[in-house]
Design a protein around this ligand. Structure first.
Ligand code: AFP
Length: 328
């Protein structure tokens, strides 16, 4: 609301959409906290559009976010990492001016082992004139996002978001059921103390990627050796690095020549937060936020986090002639 006051033209719809997402986050958080007690752990038995086994909580979180926003008249279409096609608001409902893209439960292989997971969201203004939203509303470059954020269900539940006026973090106080401002105006250190990468992919990487990971491990020139931290849940890895300083890499490799992570649901929203916090995000060559998506589930190599560390990786990989280790 404070941010909204800086924009006299604001109608309050964006603030209300963020409230809708907070409500979804509280419901998901409650389920995550009780996951071992209720019958919700484990595989759902279905496979999502990415060819991955869906977990019960994945399906629950996907529907919870969609239900929280679809009937409020604030969005015209939603698109989820879990669904093949966008979900326009039903024709008998009011279609709003916003577009919501989201990853309902990132890091879902961590669900059954009680490690941190998260929800990521990205909000655009619609580009089509009216009625239910369409695919083209969803296929916008990250630079056009009006808001982006994530909720990490960790040792506490934390919401981090930006509307382009800095990055702010709120912690859910379960005793009153509200998110309270706990991390105002987050700035990420220019040089990180952590690097986060799935090093089991070493043999699938290009020499350039091997060089940068070697530099983070052992130091090289001005690059100081760093500590490794990788949990396999992008939200959790990103959040730690945002606060403490660090660089996350998921480069292209011989198994995933386009990278593994999704541009619209993971890379673009976290890139907006990284840039707003003073960090950076590239595909190893160009800023993530400048990528024009061609498909809903497009993947991208990703280098994300502390500004100088991302610049080092991008320098090495650009010289090698690819995007985060992939072929041009
Ligand atoms: P899931 O949501 O399917 O668990 O994928 C998690 C993820 O997209 C991202 O959150 C992790 O950083 C990355 O994949 C982990 O991938 P690896 O298991 O290949 O390291």
């Amino acid at each position: 609301m404070e941010q909204e006051r800086l924009h006299p033209e604001a109608t309050g719809e964006l603030s209300n959409l963020l409230y809708d997402l907070c409500l979804a986050a509280k419901i998901i958080s409650r389920h995550v906290r009780r996951a071992g007690l209720t019958d919700i752990l484990g595989a759902h038995g279905s496979v999502n559009v990415q060819g991955e086994q869906q977990q019960n909580l994945d399906v629950f979180a996907n529907e919870t976010v969609r239900d929280a926003v679809q009937h409020t008249g604030r969005v015209c279409v939603t698109a989820s990492e879990e669904d093949e096609e966008p979900s326009p608001v039903p024709a008998n409902r009011l279609a709003g001016k916003y577009v919501l893209l989201y990853d309902p439960l990132d890091g879902s292989t961590n669900i059954d082992v009680n490690a941190s997971i998260g929800t990521i969201f990205s909000i655009h203004r619609r580009v089509t004139p009216g009625g239910p939203g369409r695919l083209e509303d969803c296929l916008q470059a990250g630079r056009r996002q009006v808001a982006a954020g994530y909720i990490v269900y960790g040792s506490s539940t934390v919401l981090v978001y930006t509307t382009g006026g800095g990055v702010h973090g709120f912690t859910l106080d379960p005793t009153i059921g509200e998110f309270l401002l706990s991390h105002p105006d987050i700035r990420t250190p220019a040089v990180g103390k952590y690097y986060s990468v799935n090093e089991s992919n070493w043999n699938k990487w290009t020499p350039g990627v091997q060089r940068v990971v070697g530099a983070f491990k052992n130091g090289e020139g001005p690059v100081q050796a760093k500590n490794a931290r990788y949990i396999g849940s992008l939200v959790a890895d990103f959040h730690r690095n945002l606060i403490a300083g660090g660089v996350f890499l998921y480069p292209a490799d011989t198994k995933s020549p386009q990278g593994k992570l999704r541009l619209l649901y993971e890379a673009a929203p976290l890139a907006m937060i990284a840039e707003q916090a003073g960090g950076a995000a590239t595909d190893g060559r160009a800023p993530i936020l400048d990528q024009q998506p061609k498909g809903l589930h497009q993947r991208t190599p990703l280098v994300l986090g502390s500004r100088d560390d991302v610049a080092f990786v991008t320098g090495v990989l650009s010289a090698e002639g690819g995007s985060a280790g992939g072929a041009r």
